[in-house]
Ligand binder design. Structure first.
Ligand code: IPD
Ligand code: CA
Ligand code: CA
Ligand code: CA
Length: 263
């Protein structure tokens, strides 16, 4: 499969940052770690990976704007294009030696996500998607799972840590989804959760209190694999609300209905 120039740029940045993460993962006990808040960690590995991605993308496309987890927003001369970057999605897994973490890079053009790359360096799984061009894992075309009943479905989620609060609401949603599905999974990387939905490994995914860098590439991945993504009401405001629900058409619809039950 021939990749487009823009996907090549993104893949190159993700792979270079991936090599840095893989090295740091090998000696995770020596990393400098700090807390952003209770239960919310950031390490040297996150910052190094972000610097690599920032340098690579700025060199390849000078002037594009950025939204990155650690550095925040960087305004470029070109207001039409914005990179949305999570240099290490799954920091908690990473720091515990769990090989489920990823790099997530998305490109927005005039507010629309047009390209996405998600890379898990520990498993060497590279997910790519371009608007209108389909979604791929290591060059294999992806398709969301076909299961249409929630009772057959395995659904991914994420739950808030110590400092994030809202634990009561998370428990209500968990209880409701638990009562209707074949199983719940908590991978610890929202970008990979969405990539797994695109790959048909999980039938659906939902999570609250996420940021654009967690989900931007994953939204495109799921849609290009034939799936649906929305906020918790079925609407388009995932970045604004921080809630995402994903799956094939039937699972997405059923999941939105289930998590809307507040008791
Ligand atoms: C986190 C991961 C995790 C999700 C958290 C995110 P980070 O991102 O995506 O799965 O449950 O809400 O903050 O901080 O590891 O990049
Ligand atoms: Ca973080
Ligand atoms: Ca993240
Ligand atoms: Ca991160």
């Amino acid at each position: 499969m021939a990749r487009s120039a823009i996907i090549n740029v993104m893949v190159q940045a993700a792979m270079k940052a991936g090599r840095s993460l893989a090295r740091d993962f090998g000696e995770v006990q020596n990393l400098q770690v700090s807390l952003k808040g209770p239960g919310d960690y950031v390490s040297q590995a996150d910052r190094k990976a972000e610097e690599i991605i920032y340098a690579e993308l700025s060199k390849a496309r000078p002037g594009y704007s950025f939204l990155m987890e650690e550095r925040g927003a960087v305004e470029g001369d070109d207001p039409q294009h914005r990179w949305i970057v999570d240099p290490l999605d799954g920091t908690t897994n990473f720091l515990h030696g769990i090989p489920i973490f990823s790099i997530s890079i998305a490109l927005e053009r005039q507010g629309q996500i047009v390209a996405g790359v998600i890379y898990n360096p520990a498993m060497d799984e590279l997910y790519t998607a371009e608007r209108g061009g389909g979604a791929f894992m290591n060059d294999r075309r992806l398709r969301v799972a076909a299961r249409s009943k929630l009772s057959d479905a395995v659904i991914g989620t994420g739950v808030p840590h110590l400092g994030r609060g809202h634990h009561g609401m998370a428990l209500i949603e968990l209880k409701n989804v638990m009562g209707e599905t074949a199983g719940i999974r908590r991978l610890g990387s929202a970008a990979l959760d969405l990539a797994y939905v695109a790959a048909g490994r999980m039938d659906g995914f939902w999570e609250n209190w996420l940021s654009p860098w967690d989900i931007a590439a994953g939204i495109l991945m799921v849609r290009e694999a034939g799936g649906f993504c929305s906020d918790g009401t079925g609407g388009p405001h995932m970045f604004e609300n921080g809630t995402i629900v994903a799956g094939n058409e039937a699972i997405h619809k059923a999941l939105v209905k289930t998590i809307q039950r507040k008791g």
